[in-house]
Ligand binder design. Structure first.
Ligand code: FAD
Length: 474
């Protein structure tokens, strides 16, 4: 049955139910606004369905297997057998629990949920095309709209995703078999996280990267720790090479790369996983019809209240620009919802933390030493190596360090970089420190539980003032 063109109205229309959109919708509803959340796919967006959560589930599961099989030093002798289909089932269970939770939370907060693809007709009307034959479409009038349409993986020319032999990160995270040989194109954070997953499954992983190192944007002494560990896991790196084409071979595929002199190399594999970054999704919404400006890279520019150039339309998350991170999307979603509700909200955070869930993890917040200098500060650095942490040694993972960047005059913490076990958790304390304008002394004089990895944060703060106890001060 064709449903036809039913017209409805809402105070706030949120397009996209990822961590930007669903969080915005819940906060708008909490603030008493009649709110409709529409998504053409699944609640939770990329983050819950094929990004943060599935990748972290795979990272945890493959680490359990790998660690159990490599713990002879601890007196443990095991040879775990990994059933990738079973791992996939478990991951799906985690995803379903979380996406179901998003749906329940939205409903419980009074958000109207709608399945379908939204397209702007003008700055107060959108058409929602419901998926599937005979499902029809409807128009919805809105007072305010929040665009939270996210991003999709960038395609490399010649490597269009055909989902069988050329994988996107989404395909890799949906597999229930492990290839024998995998070529990963791109050594950014997604490429590195997934290379580690497959290496820990025993897959022969080769990474090709156009640049001359892994994890561009991170300081050399940080990315080096991750690269060294990746090589220990058997990952082979080929830098300065761009993937140019692939073809089917008798068995599997052959990936060809080219260096800057035009010299070609070839790699045999079963699959190629392309992870070279993400592109904002804005065009399908037809933002022009509402007068919303999109820049040449597809991003929608916003001000510090997440407002676009059109007064009643906001944009949050990946589509609103870098950094493309789930927690940044959620924060922007909250600000947009509060501004619409008439609250004095603004994006005034001092720094956005970021984490890479490689082995070991990386986490950063605020400024590096070089950035602090460029900004006119005299940086005061404190460091603590993980190998001096009792807790790190008891976990068998003692690579890496904590670095805190303070400023000489008042001792204020400007930033921090951590590479090591649980870096993604440890950064929370330093994110709070940056946000609150805490000093090195504040962190150094806070009693930290023993034995914990967090003591490394305290000792790094002490080290900045030559007061660390468990490492030699500089
Ligand atoms: P999305 O989560 O992309 O959601 C957008 C939603 O909009 C989608 O559900 C889509 O179906 C819907 N949509 C689009 N257009 C329309 C339309 N016209 N009509 C209706 N619906 C529409 N970030 C982290 O912070 N930490 C991590 O560890 C991390 N790991 C990642 C691992 C991988 C493999 C990937 C791919 C990403 C990872 N990210 C991580 C990034 C994170 O997933 C994104 O930053 C986050 O999902 C962005 O949220 P969003 O709400 O902006 O958009």
């Amino acid at each position: 049955m064709v449903v036809g063109d039913i017209a409805t109205g809402t105070e706030v229309l949120v397009v996209g139910a990822g961590p930007g959109g669903y969080v915005a919708a819940i906060r708008a509803a909490q603030n008493g606004l009649d709110t409709t959340l529409v998504d053409r796919e699944a609640y939770g967006g990329a983050c819950l369905n094929h990004g943060c959560i599935p990748s972290k589930a795979f990272i945890s599961a493959t680490s359990v297997a790998h660690d159990a099989g490599n713990a002879e030093e601890m007196g443990i002798h095991a040879d775990p057998v990994v059933d990738v289909a079973g791992m996939q089932n478990w991951k799906e269970g985690v995803v379903n629990q979380l996406t179901g939770g998003v749906e329940k939370l939205c409903k419980a907060n009074g958000v109207n949920l709608m399945q379908g693809e939204a397209t702007f007709a003008d700055d107060s009307t959108a058409r929602i095309a419901h998926g599937g034959e005979g499902q029809g479409s409807e128009s919805i009038e809105f007072e305010h709209a929040i665009i939270a349409t996210g991003s999709r993986p960038i395609q490399v020319p010649g490597f269009e995703f055909e989902h069988e032999q050329v994988w996107s990160s989404r395909d890799a995270l949906a597999t229930d078999t492990a290839p024998e040989k995998l070529v990963v194109v791109g050594a950014g954070y997604i490429g590195m996280e997934l290379s580690t997953v497959f290496a820990k499954l025993g897959v022969d992983v080769t990474v090709v990267e156009m640049l001359d190192g892994v994890l561009p944007g991170y300081e050399d002494d940080i990315s080096r720790v991750v690269k060294n560990r990746a090589e220990e896991l058997g990952i082979e790196f080929n830098f300065g090479e761009a993937a140019s084409e692939w073809r089917e071979a008798e068995e599997g595929i052959v990936v060809t790369t080219e260096d800057e002199d035009g010299e070609e190399s070839t790699y045999d594999a079963d699959k190629a996983l392309v992870a070279v970054g993400r592109h904002p999704v804005s065009e399908s919404l037809n933002p022009e019809a509402a007068g919303v400006e999109v820049d040449e890279n597809g991003f929608i520019e916003t001000d510090d209240q997440a407002r676009t150039n059109v007064d009643n339309i906001f944009a949050v998350g990946d589509v609103a620009g870098e950094p493309m991170l789930a927690h940044k999307a959620s924060k922007e979603g909250i600000v947009a919802a509060e501004v619409i509700a008439g609250e004095p909200a603004a994006l005034d955070h001092q720094a956005v933390p970021a984490a890479v869930f490689t082995d070991p993890e990386i986490a950063t917040v605020g400024m590096t030493e070089a950035e602090a200098e460029d900004a006119g500060f005299t940086p005061k650095i404190g460091e603590f190596p993980m190998r001096a942490s009792g807790r790190a040694l008891t976990t068998g993972e003692s690579e890496g360090f904590v670095r805190i960047v303070g400023e000489e005059e008042g001792g204020f913490i400007l930033g921090a970089q951590i590479v090591g076990p649980e870096a993604s958790e440890l950064i929370a304390e330093l994110s709070l420190a940056v946000e609150m304008g805490a000093t090195l002394e504040d962190v150094a004089s806070t009693i930290h539980t023993h034995p914990t990895l967090a003591e490394a944060v305290m000792e790094a703060a002490e080290n900045a003032d030559d007061q660390a106890i468990h490492t030699l001060n500089r």
